[in-house]
Write a protein that binds this ligand. Structure first.
Ligand code: PLP
Length: 384
């Protein structure tokens, strides 16, 4: 029988994608995915922009393009980032087919089997899956309620000599925790001191419903070692698959070569649509709507969890709340029974690079209206 590559050993596929099959069934209340709300997806506006882009630029859009990306998107993304304090000129930006691809391209450029990547624990399991396919060794960094602890990160850098540090500093997936400002500064300084790449994955920064916006780690970086990635998935549409990464020229060259062998270039119609969406100024108004919509849903979920007496984080934005069941209760067993009552979530153990933490769970609030959130939590309370 033909055998598969060793890099697939022990890799089972995303637990969330398996749960997706369950939530696709009618009537299921999903606290599982990280999906934007259906009403947040602007099919009318996007189809207008697509028509406009094809009418004006169709011959170029429908032709093969450069791996370096659609120039108008790079211009628009550079302006988008500048408004967020991220100084990245268009030529330092690579458009990617979703930021998931950035993690893949970075691993391709940096990771040999057995190399260490330092990760928050828990962290985004999609990133773990990619890193594991490149046979990286994932090593956890110590965190607390304010995110990664810089002294612990420094110790880990000194002892593990990682090739990459992967961080989600704002409304982290899965916990919703945000790294405080002093730590952002300290972490940027570590990138310079140890000459090490830090990947700042920041898809939730604009989804803030209360509190003060914080500067990015990238904005404190003097060394060019902090790589910033922004995704338009949660802000405009995940189906368009458009994100960007800011990287220095030597690394950029490797990312571009890697991209040539992956998909040649990001879909040009998607890039043109996002470029027009940004340059025509639609984002601020849409963000205001998203913040109102999701902010109410977050409050409803936090109130419901308080009513249930479930221990949880209290994020000021993003898409997720992290919960902790009573000691000895396994979230996977709770999920099995919750599914019978047509409620789904993701057991927290899947977000730990070393497993365990069976009593934790991740709850998404963006994809259900407030009354549905109440009903879902009531059902969950009964199961628990
Ligand atoms: C932290 C984090 N990074 C990256 C992604 C992937 O986003 P994209 O759709 O841009 O590939 C997600 C999606 O949920 C995420 O939560």
């Amino acid at each position: 029988m033909p055998s598969f590559a060793a890099r697939y050993n022990g890799i089972t596929g995303s637990a969330i994608r398996e749960i997706f099959k369950i939530i696709a069934q009618p009537g299921v209340i999903s606290f599982a995915g990280g999906n934007p709300a259906a009403e947040a997806l602007e099919n009318g506006r996007i189809s207008d922009l697509a028509r406009e882009a094809l009418a004006e630029d169709g011959k170029r859009i429908l032709q093969y393009g450069g791996s370096e990306g659609w120039p108008a998107l790079k211009e628009a993304a550079s302006a988008f980032l500048a408004e967020r304090g991220v100084n990245a000129s268009p030529e330092t930006l690579l458009p990617v087919s979703g930021t998931t691809q950035t993690i893949d391209l970075l691993c391709k450029a940096l990771i040999d089997p057995g190399d260490t990547i330092l990760v928050e624990n828990p962290s985004f399991l999609g990133a773990f899956q990619t890193m594991r396919l490149y046979q990286a060794h994932l090593s956890p960094i110590q965190t607390d309620g304010d995110g990664v602890i810089p002294d612990a990160l420094e110790d880990a850098i000194k002892s593990a000599h990682p090739k990459l540090v992967y961080l989600i500093p704002t409304f982290q997936n899965p916990t919703g925790v945000t790294l405080c400002v002093e730590r952002r500064k300290a972490i940027a300084a570590l990138a310079a001191r140890y000459d090490i790449y830090i990947l700042e994955d920041d898809p939730y920064r604009d989804l803030r419903y209360s509190g003060e916006t914080l500067p990015t780690i990238h904005s404190f970086d003097q060394s060019g070692r902090v790589l910033y990635m922004a995704s338009f998935s949660k802000l405009i549409s995940p189906g368009l698959r458009v994100g960007v990464v800011a990287a220095p020229p030597d690394l950029m060259r490797k990312l571009v070569i890697g991209k040539q062998s992956t998909d040649l270039h990001t879909d040009q119609l998607s890039q043109a649509i996002v470029a027009r969406y940004l340059s025509q100024g639609f984002l601020p108004g849409h963000l205001a709507e998203l913040r109102a919509l999701y902010g109410e849903r977050l409050r409803r979920m936090l109130d419901g969890l308080d009513r249930m007496g479930l221990e949880h984080t209290t994020p000021e934005g993003g898409l997720f709340v992290w919960g902790k069941l009573p000691k000895g209760v396994d979230a996977r067993a709770v999920l099995d029974r919750a599914i019978q009552r047509k409620v789904a979530f993701v057991p927290g153990t899947h977000f730990y690079c070393d497993g365990g933490h069976d009593e934790t769970l991740r709850l998404n609030f963006s994809n259900s209206d407030p009354d549905t959130i109440d009903r879902g939590l009531d059902a969950l309370a009964q199961v628990i």
